[in-house]
Structure formats: structure tokens, C-alpha cells
Design a protein around this ligand. Sequence first.
Ligand code: HOZ
Length: 435
Amino acid sequence: MRVRAKLVLDRSKKLYQEAQKHLVGGVNSPVRAFKGVGGTPIFMARGKGAYVIDVDGNRYIDLVGSWGPLILGHVPLDVLNQVRRVLRKGFTFGAPSPLESELAQAVKKAYPSIEKIRFVSSGTEATLSALRLARGATGKKRIIKFEGCYHGHGDSFLVSAGSGAATLGLPDSPGVPEEFAALTINLPYNDLHAVEEAFKRFQDISGVIVEPVVGNMGVVPPKPGFLKGLRDITRQHQALLIFDEVMTGFRVAHGGAQELYGVQPDLTTLGKIIGGGMPVGAYGGRADLMSQVAPEGPIYQAGTLSGNPVAMAAGLATLKDLSEPKLYQELEEKAAYLEEGIRRAIQKTGVDAVYQRVGSMATLFFCGHGVENYTQAKDANRQKYAKFFWAMAQRGVYLPPSQFEAFFLSTVLTQDHLKKIVRAVQESLSETQLV
Ligand code: HOZ
């Protein structure tokens, strides 16, 4: 693997200095400030296929993929063409347009639990709206979430939250009134007993929201029976089960985690891939629930840019490409090849690390044990991850700048890319060992 003598980031440094004068922390989303790995945030100039190229001209194999949406890599031709086609006709109408139903049908076909859907503009908007619906439909106030799961930045979810909140050590944000936080019951992931106990204790639980495979404390799979157990308990207590599949939707399988694990939730939230790189979110589920949303029902939610043709076109073109039957099998093979290489590298170097993967999402945790919940995730050595991150960047591989985020693989990774990544991991782990 060619190691750059020194990763030159002069332009990134200049741009970051300037950005800090105008943008909060120089960024528009906290993890991008690189507090999790130190150093200067890398400013990106463009992406092409499996690569992302920074403003100093350094080229990296991209394992972030804009945090998940870019499953087809950067600027896939089919998506570009569809976006170009609609752009000429108008960016947004604030009125119904034909592609909304087409995308709805494409999503419903892959997610039988979704009988009706509402498009919004971000994952955060989707989870907030799903929670309002759960409360409105059940007439109950409380919600169960799991420590280290991240469901966007809504008040009810910023309690023991993962992702950037975990990276910055701000899992409970100031500004969330304690009266709101009190309605969120936080439990350890993968702990069904805790869920049963909570339902015994509180009679007013509207639902359980869960990342069916966690991506936001790093990748943590559900233990066998966990999701099915949540399904049974919520049914028993007339509470709703909400799968937050913003990350896992069209990612861990075409039909998401609900297909992979064979558990049907009442409501699902989606985002990322269904917008093909454009800002999008969605919530959907049982028709009797969704029909309680305005204008069919009284539960209010609206959005100026919801269902805009550009996002719908990008999403549709992406889902069309993803409907190719062999694609997920091939992606799985690539991800498995990478996993094997990384596991070998861990063995060879003797570094205390574990690689956890579900489909094309994965995390290399720098700790000597498997991770099943947030307490265990927090054991990971973040200094080592930071060292590893920069060693990989030096070797032309761009990783998430935080231990508590996921690697996302894309379909355009070739055998050659994968070999390069494995070699970079082997060398970077050796360097990391010296920390
Ligand atoms: N919280 C996002 C990933 N889990 C990061 C979003 C971003 O910085 O773009």
C-alpha cells in the first residue's frame, strides 16, 4: 500500500479556519468537526464511484458514503440522469407530483409492513413524526428507547443518545426540558428483561423505538430473539413497535432489518438510501395508524419540501438499481471478504479489537470483547481509534471520524479496493498498537 509521505491538508486547514468564523464549530453536523479523532476535518471537493477526493487533491476509498445513503457509490449515472431529467422541470412545487406515489410503491414493495407512507425531509423528522403518531394513536405518553441508539435530535431522543452525542460526550443535551426527558425510558440494548420490567412499572408506554441493528454506537447486532421479544411484549401491552431503519433500510437487506430478522414492526422510519443522496426521510406502517395523520386524521405533520421531485427521483433511481436481485448477494460477499481480511489482520497484529458487521455496515471496536450494548461500546479505546483513523487516511481510506459510527460499504467497491483496504488495515493496526 502506498503510504503518502505526509497527508497534506493545507487547504482543508484554511477552509476550516474560515468556516469556524461563520459556522458553529466550523461544521453543520457535530461529528464532522473531528472531535472524535482530533486534527483538521477533511473538506471534501468531490466524489466519484468508490472514491472521495478532498480539497487538497487527496483521494480516499470512501467507507463513510455520506453516513449511509451512497450504497451505489458517488454520483451513480442512473441517479444522476434521473435527477437531471426532473431538475429541468422544477425543483419543488409544494404540491403533489407524480413521483411521490412511485417511490411510495417501490418502498412498500420491499417493506410489507408499510401499508401507507409519508415522506419528509430528514431522518430526524421521520422519527419525531412517528413518535407523535405513536402517542396520538395509543393515547399514552411514554416511549422506550435504548441507550446508545440515536433517532435524530428530537427532544425525546436526546437521552443517552449515540452518534455525535456520544462522540462529544453529550448524550443528554441541555435544552431538553426534564419533563420531556422523564417521558423517555432508556434501557440497555439487547436486554428484554429490562423491557418487561419497564412495562410492569409503567402503564402509559406508547411504544418502543429501536435501531433493529444499531449503527450509532458503532455497529451492534440484535441478539437472537431480541427483536421478536420486543414484538411480543409490545403486542401484549398494546404499545407500538417502531423500527428506526433510517440506516438499515435498503442497507442490511433490500427489505431492511425487518426482512433480515423476520420481525414486522407497526411503524418504520426510513431515510438515507431512499433519497439516493438527497435530503429525505419517511415514516410508514399499518394503514389504520397512518390514516390518523393529517389530512386523513387529526395528528398533525407537514413540510414544504416533503416529496419534492428531486429527492423522489434520486430515491426512485436508487431503488430501481437496488432491485437487481444479485446486488445484495454481491455486496454481502464483498463485506464478508473485507471482514475476513480485517479479522486476520487483528489476529496477526494482536491488537485488542473486534470487527462487528451486519451486511454492508460494520465497526472496528478497539476493545477486547464483543459489544452488545452501550456500556460495552464505551469500553472501546477511542485514542486507538483516532490513531487508526489517521493511519488509514494516510493510506487513502476514509473512515467515519468517530468510534461510535459505522463503516458503510458500497456496491462499486472492487476486489482491488477491498485488497487495498485490508492491506491498509493490517499496516494501520500495527501502527495503532504502538499507542
Ligand atoms: N449523526 C450522523 C451519523 N450517525 C452524522 C451526520 C453527519 O455528520 O453528516
